[in-house]
Design a protein around this ligand. Structure first.
Ligand SMILES: C[S@@+](CC[C@H](N)C(=O)[O-])C[C@H]1O[C@@H](n2cnc3c(N)ncnc32)[C@H](O)[C@@H]1O
Length: 268
């Protein structure tokens, strides 16, 4: 099952990281996640529901069907959505490559941080296109690790980030996929394609991003793959640990961190 190759795994810590990531980036990636009234939205690869809770609350007049391959994540997402009293979301276990919906069911398809993990993102887009109504909107958000730069710069930090890039590549994914959203959308014949780069710029004057992005989202993500990278001989433990220390160093009062997400939309 493709989820066994999922580079971040399904630990409690990863669930917390996904929620921290979504909450921290809410303004940057979701300020324009507003769908026409009465839209039926498919969220493909919803994970533990970190983006779901934000979009469902912003669009009380739309209905969401959020699916993920991982049954455990779907269960966790359902518990969270229920505990928040959100009533416009249905959660289902499903594979993005083989969706249990009829052709032309949805007004909007939303995919966030999923294509980067897939062996065949084009096939996944084709399948989500199948269930999208003609005239409906496809939205994808992905990061791109090639866009990470920081002060103080550190060769070790780049080596640690590179472990994530390599592990994801070994699993058939692509952690630099953000820059490819335009050609991917083109290749499935979406029209009116628009890609909007969303740069996260962090320095000490933005303390919530220092905590929420540098520490709890980005560095936590790289730290999370350390054991696997060391086990596989991609890096030695001293180099990796220095890289992680140097990433945390960018969260000090004189540090700076930049990363760009890409949000693409297109019409079927
Ligand atoms: C990084 S998580 C993102 C979760 C959520 N979209 C978010 O932004 O918090 C990637 C998710 O893609 C899911 N996934 C991977 N392959 C999938 C597939 N073939 N079909 C459906 N979901 C898949 C994983 O189970 C995981 O929950």
């Amino acid at each position: 099952m493709e989820s066994s190759r999922y580079v971040h795994g399904f630990s409690e810590r990863e669930a917390i990281r996904l929620n921290d990531q979504a909450d921290t980036l809410e303004d940057i990636i979701h300020h324009d996640s507003i769908f026409p009234k009465d839209s039926l939205v498919l969220e493909a690869g919803c994970g533990v529901g970190a983006q779901t809770k934000i979009m469902a609350a912003k669009n009380p007049d739309s209905n969401f069907i959020s699916v993920d391959l991982s049954e455990d994540s779907v269960r966790e997402a359902r518990e969270m959505i229920t505990s928040l009293g959100i009533a416009n979301v249905e959660l289902k276990q499903a594979d993005i490559y083989n969706l249990p919906f009829k052709n032309e069911t949805f007004d909007v398809v939303f995919i966030c941080f999923v294509l980067e993990h897939l062996l065949n993102p084009i096939l996944a887009l084709k399948e989500t296109m199948r269930v999208l109504k003609r005239g409906g909107t496809m939205i994808a958000i992905e990061g791109d690790h090639g866009s990470a730069f920081f002060y103080p710069d550190s060769e070790y930090a780049h080596l640690a980030i590179n472990c994530q890039i390599m592990l994801q590549k070994q699993g058939g994914g692509n952690s630099n996929i953000g820059r490819e959203l335009y050609p991917l959308f083109k290749s499935v014949h979406l029209s009116q394609i628009s890609v909007s780069p969303r740069m996260v710029y962090v320095d000490a004057s933005r303390p919530h991003l220092v905590e929420g992005f540098i520490k709890n989202t980005f560095t936590a993500m790289i730290e999370g793959i350390g054991k696997k990278a060391i086990q596989q001989g991609i890096i030695d433990s001293m180099t990796f640990e220095k890289g992680i220390r140097d990433l945390y160093r960018t969260a000090e009062p004189d540090g700076v961190f930049c990363y760009t997400f890409f949000k693409a939309s297109g019409i079927k």
